[in-house]
Design a protein around this ligand. Structure first.
Ligand SMILES: NC(=O)c1ccc[n+]([C@@H]2O[C@H](COP(=O)([O-])OP(=O)(O)OC[C@H]3O[C@@H](n4cnc5c(N)ncnc54)[C@H](O)[C@@H]3O)[C@@H](O)[C@H]2O)c1
Length: 405
């Protein structure tokens, strides 16, 4: 029986905890640390997590550490700003940790994390599923076969709706560190993995262009006098975008997130609130020690068929394009007019099937102590966060930043 602890048992950590049984392993969550027990219980019920009859609930890691029970692994899914602190405090236990991304939201935090775990026996699996998903793994086989020759240039992109990031706690820059850490970190990680080499320098840019307004920070649609004419309001959602079955339903959904058991009803705030400090578009260009350039752009403005996520890898001999939203790979030879098209089955579980692999690794780590593929230290799980932190610093200082741990 695998005994699991969860620190910050919200939607994401409960999802991962619920996956602990997908390979038919016997497990139960026997410790939960969360500032909000009701939320933790509700999320675990939603995700059908197996909870020990004598599961112990604590409000802080310190309370748990005062009399720690034997655990095989601990999942950390608090707000992003607390990941480093939680992981560092739990290091002494020597129990494998599964840490949600981003592992840190400041350079100081990341250096502390590196120092704590550099020579530690405690494995830290970083939640970077895109590196492990079938599409990326297929691209890796193609690139490693030499079909592209050396990779010189990578251009990645993610254009995706931003409503969730501007209406929930993700809008709080102090909790997330902004969108480089929140989103680009996934893409930069798989791009480094496929491009090979290490990042040395970055320049970045970030701005908020679309989600700009002067509404109060804590305004909800159902309290807003402009809701019916707002382009992000319930009338537009129902009539123009085809979401939900009526304006009243859209008004409820845009104003509150309700857990399936109906017990938790959290406010969703106005996306045009003033004082939202996260960006809705950002770009970075990273120089690798191989000489390759890795560039990434993201925006949280695009909707519907304008959405895309993927990258092009240009080598001496050919170009490979990954399209995550359609599960496709395209290879274009530079030597002749050959084109090869691949459709890759993502299989089950979230993040393009990548969570299936993350979970397999975490189960293996707990049973054997072997390091996971996205290990913080041995699996380069740290580098995409470092690059994203430096990209943010570059964007804010308008300077090129050296990427150094
Ligand atoms: N890997 C991915 O692709 C992915 C996807 C979604 C979210 N995430 C990450 O997962 C984390 C959680 O996101 P979520 O959507 O589950 O949020 P959430 O709000 O559902 O969960 C956060 C939980 O942490 C608890 N919490 C907050 N501060 C705490 C503290 N100091 N001590 C103990 N518990 C605390 C909250 O009460 C809540 O239960 C974020 O860092 C997010 O970036 C990762």
């Amino acid at each position: 029986m695998l005994k699991i602890g969860v620190v910050g048992c919200g939607l994401q950590a409960a999802t991962i905890a619920g996956y602990m049984g997908v390979y038919n392993d016997d497990y139960e969550v026997s410790v939960v640390v969360d500032i909000d027990f009701e939320n933790a219980r509700s999320r675990m019920a939603q995700k059908q997590v197996r909870i020990a009859e004598d599961c112990r609930f604590y409000h802080t890691v310190e309370e748990f550490l005062a009399a720690p029970s034997q655990l095989n692994g601990i999942i950390i899914g608090t707000y992003c700003a607390d990941h480093t602190e939680m992981a560092c405090k739990l290091e002494v236990l020597g129990v494998p940790l599964y840490v949600e991304k981003p592992v840190a939201i400041t350079v100081e935090q990341l250096r502390k994390l590196y120092k704590t775990f550099k020579n530690s026996k405690t494995p830290v699996e970083v939640s970077l599923p895109m590196r492990l998903c079938p599409l990326t793994q297929r691209a890796k086989v193609i690139i490693d076969s030499g079909l592209l020759g050396p990779v010189h240039q990578v251009i990645g992109y993610e254009d995706t709706p931003g409503e969730i990031y501007f209406s929930t706690w993700f809008r709080d820059a102090e909790k997330t560190g902004g969108m480089f850490m929140q989103k680009a970190v996934h893409d930069i990680d798989y791009m480094f993995y496929l491009a090979g080499g290490n990042p040395v320098q970055v320049c970045g840019m970030r701005t908020k262009h679309y989600y700009v307004g002067d509404k109060p920070y804590d305004l909800t649609c159902d309290q807003c006098p402009d809701a019916m004419t707002c382009p992000e309001g319930p009338c537009a959602a129902f009539r123009e975008r085809g979401h939900w079955n009526s304006v009243p339903e859209a008004l409820e959904k845009l104003s509150y997130t309700v857990t399936p058991d109906g017990l938790i009803r959290k406010k969703r705030y106005c996306v045009y609130s003033k004082d939202i400090a996260i960006e809705d578009m950002g770009e970075c260009i990273i120089k690798m020690d191989t000489g390759a350039h890795v560039a990434h752009s993201q925006n949280f403005i695009a909707q519907n068929h304008a959405c895309r996520r993927g990258a092009r890898f240009c080598g001496s001999l050919g170009t490979l394009e990954i399209d995550f939203n359609n599960s496709e790979l395209d290879f274009y030879s530079h030597r002749n007019r050959t084109q090869e098209h691949y459709v890759v089955d993502q299989g089950k579980l979230s993040h393009y099937g990548g969570d299936r692999e993350l979970v397999a690794d975490f189960l293996r780590v707990m049973k054997t102590g072997e390091r996971p593929r996205t290990d913080l230290i041995y699996g380069n799980g740290i580098m995409s966060t470092m690059a994203c932190l430096c990209a943010r610093d570059s964007a804010d200082s308008c300077k090129y930043i050296d990427i150094e741990l």
